[in-house]
Ligand binder design. Structure first.
Ligand code: ZN
Ligand code: ZN
Length: 760
């Protein structure tokens, strides 16, 4: 609040200023000395309004200076408890953030920041809501409610000036430091990220017997968390005998932020064992702890379900933030049905909950549901404006479905809401266009960007990659390097993938070696999988197997999967057996591996082996992942399963495909019936082949789109050889451009030729 008050001050003036302008001199000196100062009683002096009265001057012996008692009018600013202030953020860290409201320095502790905002240690550290709609970072304007004020003459002013050492020195001569003094010092240490000083303050706290103070323990834990010294945070926690809920929550938060989920859950269990009552923060951190560890084991999921039960027992089922955190946890475990169950049961949903559910569908391969929910959110419920994170998820869904028309609509929406300058949104747009076959639009968006980050470059590289333009991808990669942008691990995944699709084995091998030699990036399982794929596809399978043998890290299922995939392409039974033995152990529940091996045996005519693998598959109770294709017609997405009976036009589609098949046979084509893994009549096998989902989608596209329109299809598995041959034929026979994107890449069929050059 601002006040107009009269204050008094003794002012000293040198005799040389005496004269007619004495009063002016007093005013200007007063302004210099007083404006901006602060006292506990009156607050900040904002401006001197004038001099009320100047008393009689008194000559000071021996100096010649004269002291005048001056009464002056001024405006002071004094914040009061409960007052709302507008402030500008000056610094953000794990402990909270600092802001300035005019002359007032404000610190907002993380405990007071709304609980759906989380700390993110990016280049610009910030607190962001889980959907990204609100972000507090340096220079953000915030509105604050004052909960307390403090005027400190010594330490804080020193700390702020960066003179922490001097403050510490003062501390050593201070006879009775208070809790408040320590709190300020702890804050300053965290602020300056100074570990030695932090340690000195901590030691001083112990020496002065404050180490049993739970309030300071909470602050110390926060401080060590900010300094990334989680071990010390844990030590503070272990040594404090009286643990309040704040102490518990601080350590849970610190462990969760540092990715020590299992440890956090151990402490959460301990809290429950000793009967420590939990609050909403405790539950929130515990739920998050289930998904921060690198390995997402089923036991962590069980733990999450247990916390879910406890949250319900404590009556939090209507608490939007906790329920959304739970939803997000199930989403991260890929448990879509639980997530949607929670979402449907939430009485109040906010924009965060909607976004979390859309993200859940988008990230768990349910793009159609993600798009539908987005439409419901925007067009039916209204009132909610999706933010950039949601837009990224929705664009990913469009990309997954090759839904170009929907994607364009969303692009317009993004432009209207000025979200197009946000880098992740732009990258998602680029990806959407390239996955829908519009590579030229991807390049155009990239060219028009004011600033680009490594993700933008990676996106462009992988876009050229999936279109089979390997050399172009490598050139973009080289341009990125020449512009001084440091490649990330993902950059190499993108460029190696691009080499692989284009058969550039030597180039890929060189790039792989450059990772460690020139860029100091040690290859991960992902990179090895790319290399194995690259060599394997190029029919250098022995070399690929050698790479696996020499690997310094454990080859995971991805690496063996790449080898098995290559064996399928080149019909290498011996290595396929070796790869699948490993895969059956690593991923016993992945039906795809069994099917691949059976395919390889089938192509080699080893029918007994086919039967054996199929029995193995059935004995495990596994279901083969069924082929699915999607096509967008007039902004609607249609989904096709093999031998689909649901589509009303199915008879028409079958008839059309049969006609093509007859025409093709006359031109010398034989259906690849060996691809059908059943012991059936040849005719029946042909029927099954014609029922493949992508053929149905092509047929549907031909019937329902106008001449000259490109047909765009996506498929959840690899395109089979028979569909590939037939689609080439159809593209020539009907003079249509057909784009099919399978799990690996994009196939552009035109005039009987595919852009992949039959190499995929
Ligand atoms: Zn097929
Ligand atoms: Zn192709």
């Amino acid at each position: 609040m601002f006040f107009h008050i009269i204050l008094e001050r003794n002012m000293q003036l040198h005799p040389r200023h005496f004269g007619a302008r004495l009063r002016d001199k007093l005013v200007s000196k007063l302004m210099k000395d007083v404006e901006g100062t602060c006292s506990g009683r009156h607050g900040f002096v904002v401006a001197i309004m004038g001099i009320e009265h100047v008393g009689k001057g008194l000559i000071r012996d021996g100096t010649g200076f004269v002291t005048f008692p001056v009464k002056y009018k001024c405006v002071v600013f004094r914040p009061f408890k409960g007052e709302i202030l507008e402030a500008v953020v000056t610094m953000v860290n794990k402990m909270g953030f600092f802001a300035e409201a005019g002359p007032v320095q404000v610190f907002v502790s993380n405990h007071l920041i709304p609980d759906d905002m989380e700390f993110q240690s990016a280049d610009t550290p910030n607190y962001t809501t889980s959907d990204g709609s609100v972000k507090i970072q340096k220079d953000t304007e915030v509105r604050l409610k004052i909960i307390g004020t403090r005027v400190d003459a010594t330490e804080i002013s020193l700390c702020k000036k960066g003179n922490l050492k001097q403050a510490l020195h003062l501390l050593s001569s201070e006879s009775k430091p208070t809790q408040q003094t320590y709190e300020l010092l702890i804050l300053a240490c965290a602020l300056q990220k100074s570990f030695p000083d932090a340690f000195a303050v901590h030691r001083n706290i112990v020496d002065n017997g404050f180490d049993q103070d739970p309030f300071l323990a909470t602050k110390l834990i926060d401080m060590y968390s900010e300094l990334d010294c989680i071990d010390y945070a844990r030590q503070v926690f272990d040594k404090i005998p009286r643990r309040t809920i704040y102490v518990w929550n601080a350590i849970l938060r610190a462990l969760t932020l540092a990715g020590y989920g299992v440890e956090a859950l151990g402490l959460y269990r301990e809290m429950n064992r000793i009967g420590m009552p939990c609050d909403r923060f405790t539950h929130t951190y515990a739920i998050k702890a289930c998904v921060v560890s690198e390995s997402m084991t089923t036991s962590l999921l069980e733990k999450g379900k247990e916390i879910h039960g406890r949250v319900l027992r404590h009556g939090y089922e209507t608490h939007v933030h906790i329920m959304t955190t739970l939803l997000d946890m199930y989403a991260k475990f890929g448990n879509v049905s639980y997530a949607s169950y929670i979402f449907d049961g939430m009485p109040d949903k906010n924009v965060v909950s909607w976004s979390a559910m859309i993200a859940c569908y988008a990230k768990n391969e349910r793009p159609l549901e993600a798009l539908n929910l987005f439409h419901e959110m925007v067009y039916e419920i209204r009132g909610f404006s999706p933010n950039s994170v949601t837009m990224v998820n929705v664009l990913q869904a469009c990309a997954a479905l090759a839904a170009l028309e929907q994607g364009r609509l969303i692009h317009c929406y993004i432009l209207r809401r000025n979200l197009d300058s946000i880098l992740p949104v732009t990258s998602a747009l680029m990806t959407m266009y390239s996955r829908c076959g519009k590579l030229e639009v991807t390049q155009k968006i990239f060219d028009q960007m004011d600033k680009r980050d490594v993700v933008s470059w990676n996106t462009l590289i992988s876009s050229y990659g999936i279109h089979g333009f390997g050399m172009k991808a490598v050139r973009v990669f080289e341009e990125m390097l020449s512009r001084g942008i440091k490649p990330s691990a993902i950059s190499f995944v993108s460029v190696l993938g691009a080499c692989s699709h284009a058969g550039l084995a030597d180039m890929g091998k060189r790039l792989f070696d450059s990772m460690t030699e020139q860029h100091g990036i040690s290859p991960s399982v992902e990179h090895y999988a790319c290399l194995v794929d690259l060599l394997g596809r190029a029919n250098r399978i022995k070399e690929a197997a050698k790479v696996i043998e020499d690997m310094k890290i454990k080859p995971g299922p991805k690496v063996w999967g790449s080898l098995l995939g290559s064996c399928k392409i080149h019909g290498n039974v011996e290595l396929a057996e070796r790869a699948s033995t490993q895969l059956f152990q690593l991923e016993p529940a992945n039906a795809g591996n069994y099917v691949l091996l059976a395919d390889i045996y089938a192509e080699a005519g080893m029918w007994d082996e086919v039967k054996r693998v199929k029995q193995l598959l059935e004995a495990q109770g596994l279901q083969k992942v069924s082929g699915r294709s999607w096509i967008e017609v007039r902004r609607k997405i249609f989904s096709f399963m093999s031998v689909d009976e649901l589509n009303p036009q199915i008879e028409l589609i079958h008839a059309l495909l049969a006609e093509f098949s007859e025409e093709m046979k006359q031109q010398g084509y034989t259906p690849r019936t060996e691809l059908v893994l059943y012991d059936l009549e040849e005719k029946e096998k042909e029927r099954i082949l014609l029922g493949h989902s992508e053929k149905l989608a092509v047929g549907f596209g031909l019937i329902n789109t106008s001449k000259g329109e490109t047909i765009r299809i996506t498929k959840n598995l690899r395109l089979c050889e028979d569909c590939h041959t037939m689609t080439k034929f159809i593209s020539r026979y009907t003079s249509r451009e057909i784009m099919v994107r399978d799990v690996n890449r994009i196939h552009h069929f035109r005039d009987g030729v595919c852009s992949c050059g039959d190499y995929w």
